[in-house]
Write a protein that binds this ligand. Structure first.
Ligand SMILES: N[C@@H](CCC(=O)N[C@@H](CS)C(=O)NCC(=O)O)C(=O)O
Length: 199
């Protein structure tokens, strides 16, 4: 397996997941800052020009965080990375998609990079505000769903990896984390897999 990622990007969640799984994998750093993801060499492989992307041993390239995470969880069932119960994969996808499609794409992206959507400084302030509003509502949802548990579904699952990268971006969107999310982030930061992924 080969993971295409970029330090500081949402691919961190997949990197942590792969470290938790502990199977051998290669990493390829795609430098978003210099625009390497839009260069022909990467676009040929992944025309979406995004990270994460995971090259499977059979040669298929997987894109989209929830898809990569679900594939990895299914590939290593002994690691128990899906919620328990007959609809564990559905439960995981429901929350994963909320974190990635709403809180990341519609919340954090707007709050962190308003310049990508608007040139005018006043307009950028509006964009940033709109992203922070989405995050504020989302944090309340996540706070409630986490409750007094250590992990979103009682034991560690692929959902925790997505929440991790989102809360890890906190200094960039500069919105206080709710108490349980803050404790969740601190808990994740203690994990050897996270330390390895961030090293
Ligand atoms: N929907 C995609 C989002 C991936 C995404 O937006 N990745 C960002 C990094 S956090 C990226 O590659 N950005 C490059 C760009 O948009 O130019 C997923 O779930 O993987």
């Amino acid at each position: 397996m080969k993971l295409f990622h970029s330090p500081g990007a949402c691919s961190l969640g997949i990197r942590v997941l792969m470290e938790e799984i502990g199977a051998p994998f290669e990493t390829v750093n795609v430098d978003l800052k210099s625009g390497e993801h839009r260069q022909p060499a990467y676009m040929k492989l992944n025309p979406k020009a995004k990270v994460p992307a995971l090259l499977r041993p059979d040669g298929r390239l997987l894109t989209e965080f929830p898809v990569i995470a679900l594939w990895l969880a299914r590939q290593f069932p002994e690691k128990n990375l899906l919620p328990d119960g007959p609809e564990g994969d559905i439960d995981a996808l429901e929350l994963l998609d909320y974190v990635v499609s709403t809180l990341h794409m519609r919340g954090a992206t707007l709050a962190m990079r308003p310049d990508r959507f608007c040139q005018d400084p006043k307009g950028q302030e509006e964009v940033r505000k709109s992203g922070r509003e989405v995050l504020t509502v989302g944090f309340e949802r996540l706070e409630e769903q986490l409750g007094e548990k250590e992990w979103f579904f009682g034991h560690m699952t692929i959902v925790d990896m997505a929440v991790f990268y989102l809360v890890h971006w906190q200094p960039r969107y500069d919105l206080p984390l709710t108490p349980r999310l803050k404790a969740f982030h601190e808990r994740m930061m203690e994990r050897p897999a996270v330390k390895r992924a961030l090293a």
